[in-house]
Ligand binder design. Structure first.
Ligand SMILES: O=C(O)CCC(=O)C(=O)O
Length: 265
């Protein structure tokens, strides 16, 4: 039985999956999205990334600017421009996974899409997602990364360091002085990393502190991924974490963002 044949009330993850996630800080799911839906999402995704106008401020970024053309383009809140991203089986199943891993009080944290262009899509450097988040809070969150084509190490599949979610957020720095993207301050590749190839419609799930990376895209086709993030309500902490690499404008959610998150949640 695949995920798509199961009644919506049934859990997607087995007890072993949940235990593996708690132990390793990541897991893979073979088929989160229905194959027909993946085809439809992929064509919408390509049209979205081909567009250069019509995006709200900071919704269209290059995580690693500096070259002549974007090498790590990202669209934040992509469902604002492509609502079907959150209307089908991929999002519904991602939500079910989040409920299993985070509990009933989980909320949608926002979505994004990262495209690695054919031939020169840059690596996504080693980082922990929590390094981006508001240091005034303790966070418990997951990202569900859905592949819209097959992925492996030739086109930039996700790579994780098992158990790294149990350590603190490590020092980070900006990928480039004008960048929105972060990388670990330590340039050395961490040992014992695990690459996670997937077929189209498969997904990886990782925790906010899991150390991860995705290599360059050396193939002739774009590498498309959409990422759905979910969290338990954040808990205010004092003193705040000292994340010197962050930019203050990252944590000023507008009323619109908050309403939008409520709608998704
Ligand atoms: O898609 C990528 O290249 C990286 C994604 C990532 O870092 C994330 O989902 O946290």
């Amino acid at each position: 039985m695949t995920i798509h044949d199961r009644p919506a009330a049934d859990p997607i993850l087995s007890d072993d999956d949940v235990a593996a996630f708690e132990r390793d800080g990541f897991l893979t799911i073979d088929a989160l999205a229905d194959p027909d839906e993946v085809d439809v999402l992929r064509s919408g995704y390509d049209e979205l990334f081909a567009r250069t106008e019509g995006f709200a401020d900071s919704d269209r970024l290059d995580l690693a600017p500096g070259g002549e053309r974007p090498v790590l383009p990202q669209i934040v809140n992509p469902e604002r421009y492509l609502p079907r991203l959150v209307e089908g089986s991929a999002y519904a199943n991602a939500r079910r996974v989040a409920l299993q891993l985070l509990g009933d009080d989980m909320v949608a944290m926002g979505n994004h899409a990262i495209n690695k262009p054919a031939g020169d899509g840059a690596p996504t450097p080693w980082h922990q997602d929590e390094a981006y988040w508001d240091p005034n809070f303790d966070h418990t969150a997951i990202s569900i990364w859905v592949a819209l084509q097959d992925v492996d190490e030739s086109n930039g599949c996700m790579v994780f360091v098992p158990g790294s979610h149990r350590s603190a957020v490590r020092p980070h720095r900006l990928i480039h002085p004008d960048a929105h993207g972060l990388r670990l301050a330590d340039d050395r590749d961490p040992p014992a990393a695990v690459a996670c190839p997937l077929t189209a419609g498969g997904a990886t799930v990782h925790a906010g502190r899991t150390l991860h990376y995705a290599g360059p895209n050396r193939t002739d086709h774009p590498r498309r991924a959409v990422i759905f993030a979910f969290a338990r309500p954040a808990v205010r902490r004092s003193p705040a974490h000292d994340y010197t690499w962050q930019r203050p404008e990252w944590f000023a959610p507008t009323a619109q963002t908050i309403d939008h998150r409520r709608e998704l949640g």
